[in-house]
Design a protein around this ligand. Structure first.
Ligand code: ATP
Ligand code: MG
Length: 432
C-alpha cells in the first residue's frame, strides 16, 4: 500500500468513476451515486477516495510526489540526515516543508534521535520555533511535516554581510524568546547554530532542526551525549564527562550573537583539535566597533564556567535588549484536535471555533475526529487541524516582529530582507 499510515480510510461502496483521473482541485464538491440517491462528497471523502482508487493519485503516492495528504514539489534543503522538500496540503493548499528520512539508513542511534526530534517538537508551540504538523510513516521513509520557513537561513544571511546592531537585536531577541520557551518546557536544543535559524518570508525567526534535542525532567539534569557543531560547542563539552543542558544552548547563543554582530566566529581553527584548544582557552576578541552594551552581553554569555553564564532572564533584561519591544505573547492552544470534541461549549477560543468551522467544511466532522483519537501527530486529521490552527493564530498577529523603540531604521542598511541558500558545518555526536 503506497499510502502513509496516516491515511484516513473511509468505508462505503467504491464509486463507479473511481478509476477516472480527477483534477487536483480537491475543494470542489463531487457527487456520488448511492442507492439511486445523489450524495455530495466532501473534499476529505474525495481526496481519500482518490488516494485509494484514482490511478494518477495512486501513482503519485507510489513515486513519492504525494505523501499522505501532501503534494510534494522540489527539494529546498538537505542535511546530514535528511532531504527537505516543499509541499502543499491537498485540502488546505498551505505550503509546508517536509523533512524526509530514509528509514533503511537510520541506525539505532539515529532512530532515537528522530524520536527525540518528534517528541521535542510536540512539546513546543512558539512563534519562533518551527512547528511540527504531522508525521507520516511508510515502510521505507519517515516524513516530518513542518511549518515552511521560506526566507533562507541565518548563516547564509550573515555570510552576505554582518548584521547591523538593530537587526541583530531583532533577530537575537526572537532566538532568546524561542530558547526560553524550549527551556521552560524542559527541551534542550543542543545544535543551535546559524544554519538552524531560519527566516520566514515575513522575516520572522524560526529555530529549526531538533535532531539533537532532548527532553529532560529537570533543567539541572546531567546529560552525557556530546552533540552539536564544534564551533558552537561549550567548553564543558570538550572538558567534562557530562554536562547540564541549558548552559550549552546559552553558550551557542553567545557564539551566534558574536557571529551576527561581527560576521566572524569567536573561535576559529583549521582542525577540530585546535578549535577545541581555542574554546578551552576561551580567548576571543570583540572588535571595538561592537557597541559596549553588546560586548558586555557577549562576555556575560561566553564564560567558561556554565554556572557563571548569563541566564536567559538576565539576557531579557540586559541593557542591549532594553529598546526591544517583544510582540505580545499569544496563549498556546491545544495541538490535538480531540480538544474540539471534548471541550465544554464556550471553552473554545476564537481560533479554535474558526478552525472547527473550516474542518467541517472540509468534511472533517467532530465524529470523525472522535474516531481518530489517540494517533497524535501520526494522523492526517491532526495535520489539517494544526495547519488551520496555525493559520488562524498567524492571522491574529501571533507572529509579529519585535520593534525597536526610539530607533529610526535606515531601510537600506537594516532591511530584514530574506535570503535563500544553504550551508552546513560539520557536526559531531558521540556517546561518552
Ligand atoms: P543537519 O543536522 O545537517 O543540520 P538535518 O538533516 O537535521 O540537518 P535540517 O537542519 O532540519 O536537517 O534541515 C536541512 C535544511 O533544510 C535546513 O538547513 C534548511 O535549509 C532546510 N529546512 C529545514 N526545515 C525547513 C523548514 N521548516 N522550512 C524551510 N526550509 C527548511
Ligand atoms: Mg540543520
Amino acid at each position: 500500500m503506497p499510502v502513509g499510515t496516516n491515511q484516513v480510510v473511509l468505508t462505503g461502496p467504491v464509486p463507479r468513476h473511481s478509476l477516472m483521473t480527477l483534477s487536483e482541485s480537491e475543494c470542489v464538491q463531487d457527487e456520488e451515486e448511492e442507492g439511486g440517491m445523489k450524495k455530495h462528497l466532501t473534499p476529505l471523502e474525495r481526496l481519500s477516495m482518490n488516494m485509494c482508487h484514482d490511478q494518477k493519485t495512486v501513482k503519485e503516492l507510489l513515486v513519492g510526489s504525494r505523501v499522505g495528504f501532501y503534494l510534494v514539489r522540489g527539494q529546498i534543503g538537505y542535511g546530514s540526515f535528511s532531504k527537505v522538500k516543499l509541499a502543499f496540503h491537498a485540502l488546505t493548499k498551505d505550503k509546508v516543508a517536509i523533512k524526509v528520512l530514509d528509514k533503511t539508513r537510520l541506525d539505532a542511534q539515529s532512530q532515537r534521535m528522530l524520536s527525540r526530534e518528534i517528541s521535542s517538537m510536540e512539546a513546543l508551540q512558539h512563534p519562533n520555533v518551527v512547528r511540527l504538523y504531522e508525521v507520516v510513516e511508510t515502510p521505507s521513509r519517515m516524513y516530518l511535516v513542518l511549518e515552511y520557513a521560506g526566507g533562507g537561513d541565518l548563516h547564509t544571511r550573515i555570510t552576505e554581510g554582518k548584521l547591523s546592531d538593530a537587526v541583530s537585536k531583532i533577530v537575537f531577541a526572537q532566538i532568546l524568546s524561542a530558547i526560553k520557551h524550549l527551556h521552560d518546557n524542559n527541551v534542550i536544543h543542543r545544535d543551535l547554530k546559524a544554519e538552524n535559524v531560519l527566516f520566514t518570508c515575513d522575516a520572522c525567526i524560526k529555530v529549526a532542526d531538533f535532531g539533537f534535542s532532548t527532553r529532560v525532567k529537570n533543567r539541572s539534569d546531567i546529560l552525557d551525549t556530546f552533540c552539536g557543531s564544534p564551533p558552537y560547542a561549550a567548553p564543558e563539552l570538550f572538558r567534562d564527562d557530562n554536562y547540564v543542558g541549558p548552559p550549552v544552548d546559552i553558550w551557542a547563543m553567545g557564539v551566534l550573537l558574536f557571529f551576527m554582530v561581527t560576521g566572524t566566529m569567536p573561535f576559529r581553527a583549521d582542525t577540530i583539535n585546535k578549535l577545541r584548544c581555542c574554546i578551552l582557552e576561551g580567548t576571543y576578541s570583540i572588535p571595538t566597533w561592537v557597541s559596549a552594551q553588546c560586548q558586555r552581553l557577549i562576555r556575560g554569555i561566553l564564560r567558561q564556567e556554565p554556572a557563571e553564564r548569563c541566564a536567559l532572564d538576565q539576557m531579557l533584561g540586559c541593557e542591549w535588549l532594553l529598546p526591544v519591544e517583544m510582540s505580545r505573547p499569544h496563549p498556546p492552544l491545544q495541538l490535538n484536535p480531540i480538544y474540539l470534541v471534548e471541550a465544554d461549549p464556550g471553552d473554545l477560543s476564537e481560533e479554535e471555533e474558526e478552525v472547527k468551522g473550516h474542518l467541517e467544511e472540509l468534511g472533517i466532522t467532530m465524529d470523525r475526529i472522535d474516531n481518530n483519537q489517540g494517533k497524535g501527530s501520526r494522523s492526517a486529521i491532526t495535520g489539517v487541524y494544526r495547519i488551520l490552527l496555525h493559520r488562524a493564530q498567524r492571522s491574529r498577529g501571533a507572529e509579529s516582529l519585535p520593534i525597536i523603540c526610539g530607533v529610526v531604521k535606515d531601510p537600506k542598511k537594516d532591511s530584514l530582507r530574506t535570503y535563500r541558500g544553504l550551508r552546513h558545518t560539520s557536526k559531531f555526536c558521540a556517546i561518552a
